[in-house]
Design a binder for this molecule. Structure first.
Ligand code: SF4
Ligand code: SF4
Length: 240
């Protein structure tokens, strides 16, 4: 009988033993995964692909993008396989122009204009001023159709020197749900907190986390930190 010649190929996805080598193929991860079976993939199979040098099949599939990043597989794994890191890294190996959906476009927009949806600075500042006036005058409706009380003297501080807290913003709020920003504003007002929002590069949602773009995350976080240092803020708040 001929010996079976198994050649383990080098894998770009098995960077550390914790990512694949220590898996003993029990299948616990697959049994609890909400996307097991989609396109014939599951977390155990993803780990096997990484270990056996078949990672390109995983990278080219849509499965890493269907994974919800819920973490259940990793939580349940008796071996402590770092499934989250593995699946997310599979996303980083996808060519950028083949990243599904709009998330890569949002990342590129954020790097170019400082927020995922490309809201111009003038529109952003106008909105802040407009909402501030509504808060001050008490003309904002609650979700029950009543009106919030006025907040006399309220304004939204922008790049306020010496603020204690600097607050990032999810661009979907100024774009479509501006009243959601006011929840924080009311708390700050009532607590007499010293706070501010940045004038530029204020995006608080790092879509690079989902698109697998580590360089973009680094750049975006660096900008937020620079904003904090510019005004001397001690705390950065990511409401998301
Ligand atoms: S639960 Fe862990 S050890 Fe079991 S198959 Fe999944 S990754 Fe491998
Ligand atoms: S993180 Fe992804 S692979 Fe793991 S259980 Fe959740 S959906 Fe499944």
């Amino acid at each position: 009988m001929e010996a079976l010649d198994i050649v383990k190929r080098e894998s770009k996805l098995a960077l550390q033993p914790e990512w694949a080598d220590i898996c003993f193929t029990c299948g616990t991860c697959a049994s609890g995964c909400p996307v097991t079976g989609v396109d014939g993939w599951d977390p155990r199979k993803a780990v096997r692909a990484a270990l056996l040098g078949l990672e390109q099949e995983l990278v080219d599939s849509r499965w890493p993008w269907i994974c919800t990043i819920c973490g259940r597989c990793q939580y349940m794994c008796p071996q402590g396989v770092q499934l989250m890191a593995l699946i997310r890294y599979a996303r980083t190996l996808r060519e950028r122009d083949k990243v599904p959906g709009v998330i890569h476009k949002g990342v590129a927009m954020c790097l170019e204009r400082g927020n995922n949806l490309g809201i111009p600075e003038t529109d952003y500042l106008f909105l802040l001023a407009d909402l501030s006036k509504e808060m001050e005058e008490g003309t904002v409706e609650t979700e029950h159709g009543e009106e919030y009380p006025p907040f006399p003297g309220y304004y939204t501080p922008v790049d306020k020197e010496g603020a204690n807290i600097i607050v990032t913003i999810n661009s979907k709020e100024p774009m479509g749900e501006p009243e959601d920003m006011m929840f924080w504003w009311r708390i700050f007002y009532m607590a007499k907190e010293s706070w501010t929002v940045p004038k530029e590069n204020w995006e608080g949602v790092t879509w690079g986390l989902f698109s697998g773009d580590d360089d973009a995350i680094k750049e975006q976080c660096g900008r937020i930190i620079a904003n904090a240092r510019k005004v001397g803020a001690k705390t950065i708040l990511y409401p998301e």
